[in-house]
Design a protein around this ligand. Sequence first.
Ligand SMILES: [Zn+2]
Length: 217
Amino acid sequence: MSTFLLFCYGCCFGSLICATSDRYARHESPYFPRSHCDTCQMPLRPWQLIPILSYLYQRGHCHTCGAVIPLQVLVVEVAGGWLATTITGPATLLAVAWLYLWTYAALCDAATQTFPGIISWLSLPVLFWSAGPLVWGLGALWLLGIHFIWLHLSRPLIGDGDLEFIGLYALAFGVQTTAWWLLTACLLALLHHRQFSGRIALLPYLTISALGWWLWS
Ligand SMILES: [Zn+2]
């Protein structure tokens, strides 16, 4: 498949991830109603649903009411397209699908500090498709262990979803790669929140770091 086609498919995935994570944050159904402006509720016309081009043509504003469309939409659509161009075979296809899943989780986490727990479990077949039963078992054990321990913690210092992501990443890519990935994510979080109080959503930084390292490699 040509790079351009992969990019187009990836942009569509990016757009879908933005729309569904926004609906998750608003406690809306992912299916109904049809795509609409969150401010004026006007249903979007087909030409307003074209990834990247619609945003640029409308200059980041709703065509009807002028409400600002977050820049994050454009960034995720472009990143989704770019990510798809790294697919060269079944192994990279699964890794890219895994990164799409966590991009969705990161956007949910950024808005609500939660994300659907099914994402962690979906990671097992997607990330470890060709691995043996030992790796599958270790992954499942990690997720179950975190789940049960976190049920008994009243004020955990880190979210269970963050730890699930970190453990699966280490299992897939090894300790050294994980160390660099974590360091980058923590630096990004510190730079962005130089004066913070309370809890911050770490998953977006972990995901940005994972996307960055994947595209770099
Ligand atoms: Zn509007």
